[in-house]
Design a protein around this ligand. Sequence first.
Ligand code: SF4
Length: 72
Amino acid sequence: MHIIVHNAKCHGHARCWSQAPEIFKLDEDGYILPGNIDVAAGNEFCASRGARSCPERALEINRSSDTAPVMA
Ligand code: SF4
């Protein structure tokens, strides 16, 4: 599973980070860092909860393991 990060949609609410700071890394202005996020086994629940918490839909959950990550 990985999270596709759509940086252009991020408005810096930091809700993802508040749900799972070990998964969602922000820059000094509170915006999600670029690049898709590979979610380690066992972290899927926290990652899904954090992604769903984003009010801008900037975090897209991709559960297929055979799809190459897409750079945002
Ligand atoms: S919750 Fe969404 S808008 Fe807020 S920092 Fe995370 S990705 Fe960006």
